[in-house]
Design a protein around this ligand. Sequence first.
Ligand code: NAP
Length: 279
Amino acid sequence: MNISIIGIGLIGGSLAITLKENGFAQRIIGVDVSRENLDKAIRRRLIDEDMSLEDAVAASDIIVLSTPVDVMLELLPKLLDLVDRQVIMDVGSTKSNLLQAVSDHPKRGRLVATHPMAGTEYSGPEAAIPGLFDGKCTVLVDAEKSDIDALERVQELYLSIPMKMVRLDSHSHDVHTAYVSHISHISSFALALTVLAKEKDEDRIFELASGGFSSTVRLAKSSPDMWAPIFRQNRDNLLDVLDEHINQLARFRSLLIKKDFATFYELMKEANQIKKIIK
Ligand code: NAP
């Protein structure tokens, strides 16, 4: 199978490593705006060669779209214009805007919309790692809108990793990812800003940062180029969950002011219930 990866960063590059290693892909072609990224991807053997978008589409069986989600809005209609027998698979973190934008395209069936639920706080081809997706879950979004052969091919790709698959409609996908992924990034960005505003001594942060601080602030290292378009596209769902988060913070603040530590304790016990869901 010849596979093109458009946007050879963390997700595209990690997929390239996995699909080459497990034999699903015979040849990986890279397409990227950045010459530097393509050179790095060739040096790291993430891709076999690079091509223009048009040549890559013509030479491929599957085209993986793994740019930031705002760029996907521009590229996806062009890709659908170019394909014929090929399958396009996107890996974007938001779906409603993207799928709405191509809903009337005559070749909409060649697209399979997916969201592999795996990542790190790093970006670019140097961030690509083997094993990123192993055993994780991927979401197939509005799968009934894809041609059957296209859907089957993408399912084979994810099974080769292997990844579990769940199906969601685009609205539900965006609501649930706002809850389990997007809010934790905003919360981490806000925590980093809080500590940077209060603690002016950078050496102190470095010396005193324990495992707890490092793990809660880890996501604040993530790329704004990747996350700003996600927040823009999922704004309404984010506002809803952010309001709830601010209410919860205000609740803790009010209990501290009132010195009501018994209720504070009960709230923390209630929060511990998350252990039953995530080990
Ligand atoms: P990334 O590491 O920044 O990779 C994106 C790549 O796309 C970069 O190499 C970027 O080049 C390139 N690019 C930008 N504009 C382009 C264009 N017009 N044509 C071709 N290439 C272009 O980001 P990522 O974390 O892999 O994310 C990629 C996609 O996966 C996003 O849609 C994201 O929502 C989704 N996703 C991310 C995660 C995660 O945790 N990171 C998880 C699941 C899904 P430059 O660096 O030069 O801009």
